[in-house]
Design a protein around this ligand. Structure first.
Ligand code: ADP
Ligand code: MG
Length: 499
């Protein structure tokens, strides 16, 4: 498991990465960055491949990083067995290389077998037959899958489509206020043969169901119109395919294959940014399909206008159809999702536990699901009934990190920023509505998000009395109750602070 600290470090690195690359950083910080880069790569892979595939294929990998003479960061991914090495390279090799280059700017990836019998990393050629014995001993939990069961993904484009996850169907998608528009749009696209809106642009933060909806569309089209040709692919894969076609001077068939589809879905287009030629190609493919009235569906973590590394004309083109956003799940939807998943798994999870999880795990649906899976797996493995105490115990690490200490100073700063007032006004005696209301919001959030007592909070707000704080809390609750816009505003601030 990647700890929060590493993730934080990794994302810090990512913000630096745009301005400086590893090659020109000083040696000391370069080493640290490189370490962070490995963490960052794993985070991206977890996001890309999903929790299950990530756990099975990436978690056991040992990553070592070195620099070659030309300053390239060489990532050596050592895995316990030859079978795993081949499988990872065949299925995820492209995506890993792609992401690695995004993270470190200049780099390459090697896949090797790490035989514990010989100690340390060594090449498969040297590992000899010993890895086979180790394979049998070390992988009892892995489903026995013959390599031949996985068609080679290298030969033709059609087989390069990502496989569809059988769990990601409309039936398994729980609908609530935060995602109803995206859901309705996805259904419409799947159920009609002529596009009503083209493209359909789905956007929202990580783990909120974009990929799920896209797969659901693909499943549904397969059911409704078995003859329609659907391609679902990540934007990275698209880019990689294109770059490879360029290298092999085979862009004509690349184009033809894409342009002959009825429905093209590209997931996570925020990653398409940067490379001019790929953007250009994407733009043309996109136009060719839309002009011929073929459905295009695109997802991203931002709205079209906010895709900062994407060219202006592509950005505006992406916004022409329907832009539907997925909001973070509210408490109600979180409960709905937990209930649906628990009953799907045939598991009796007490209401108390469901409510507890719904309250505590607010980041995204992926985490929520992960938490539920963990307690169910735990109860099945050790034969313990699921209870609140057991949940708190099993999820101790998750809960700790979601209970990150938020300080009153942070709250004051964020709220002031949000309402565009000075932080000093949090302490001042000014009573004008424009500053008094934000101050009340900050007091309310301080009460909600910190363990501070009312008098302590009062003191932090320019030495006010605790009754002022009580008044503020009541006022905000009251306003939230009858003004949904205001409530959303406060919710947004809460999420920002908890994020
Ligand atoms: P994204 O692509 O937006 O990062 P995913 O589609 O991969 O997110 O969703 C993350 C996980 O959460 C998946 O396992 C998905 O099935 C689940 N999920 C997200 N939203 C819902 C929902 N509304 N109902 C049921 N499951 C959901
Ligand atoms: Mg996704």
């Amino acid at each position: 498991m990647v700890s929060r600290a590493v993730m934080q470090q990794a994302s810090d690195y990512s913000s630096q990465a745009s301005s400086s690359s590893i090659a020109d950083a000083s040696d000391f910080s370069a080493d640290m960055m490189i370490e962070a880069a490995w963490g960052q790569l794993r985070e991206r892979l977890r996001d890309r491949l999903g929790e299950t595939a990530y756990r099975r294929w990436i978690e056991p990998v040992d990553g070592k990083i070195s620099k070659d003479e030309s300053g390239q960061a060489i990532l050596t991914m050592a895995v316990p067995t030859r079978f795993m090495r081949d499988w990872i390279e065949a299925h995820y090799g492209d995506v890993i290389r792609m992401l690695w280059v995004q993270v470190v700017k200049k780099g390459d990836v090697l896949f090797v077998v790490n035989s514990p019998l010989a100690g340390g990393i060594q090449d498969q050629a040297m590992a000899g037959s010993s890895d086979r014995a180790y394979e049998a001993a070390s992988m009892p939990k892995m489903e026995p899958v013959a390599p031949a069961a996985f068609p080679s993904q290298v030969s033709s484009l059609a087989s390069d489509e990502a496989p569809l996850d059988p769990r990601f169907t409309f039936e398994n998608f729980v609908v609530g206020k935060p995602n109803e528009l995206a859901y309705a749009a996805a259904r419409r696209v799947a159920d009609t043969e002529t596009p009503t809106f083209n493209p359909l642009f789905l956007y929202g933060g990580s783990g909120l169901g974009k990929t799920h909806l896209m797969h659901a569309i693909a499943w549904q089209i397969r059911r409704n119109f078995p003859n329609r040709r659907v391609i679902y692919m990540s934007a990275e894969k698209f880019m990689y395919q294109f770059v490879r076609a360029l290298r092999f001077k085979d862009t004509v068939s690349f184009k033809d294959q894409f342009r002959s589809v009825d429905v093209l879905m590209i997931d996570d287009v925020q990653f398409i940014g940067g490379k001019d030629t790929t953007q250009e190609e994407f733009f043309h493919t996109f136009n060719a399909l839309v002009d011929r009235n073929r459905q295009v569906i695109v997802s991203a973590d931002k709205s079209p206008q906010d895709l900062d590394r994407v060219e202006e004309r592509l950005r505006s083109r992406l916004g022409w159809g329907l832009v539907a956003d997925l909001h973070p799940a509210n408490y109600e939807l979180r409960l709905g999702i937990l209930q649906a998943k628990a009953s799907k798994m045939g598991c009796a999870v007490p209401d108390k536990v469901i409510e507890f999880l719904g309250h505590k795990i607010t980041s995204n649906v992926r985490e929520l699901e992960g938490a539920l899976n963990r307690i169910i797996a735990h109860s099945q493995l050790v034969g313990r009934t699921i209870s609140l105490e057991m949940t708190q115990e099993v999820l101790a690490d998750v809960l700790r990190s979601s209970e990150r200490r938020i300080t009153i100073d942070e709250i004051q700063k964020k709220v002031a920023e949000h309402y565009n007032i000075r932080v000093a006004d949090m302490h001042s005696a000014r009573r004008a509505r424009a500053v008094a209301r934000p101050r009340q919001v900050a007091m309310y959030l301080a009460k909600q998000l910190t363990p501070r007592s009312l008098p302590e909070i009062g003191r932090k707000f320019g030495g006010r009395d605790h009754t002022t704080v009580i008044h503020a809390v009541r006022k905000i609750e009251e306003l939230s109750a009858y003004d949904p816009t205001f409530r959303e505003d406060v919710d947004l601030l809460r999420r920002l602070l908890q994020g």
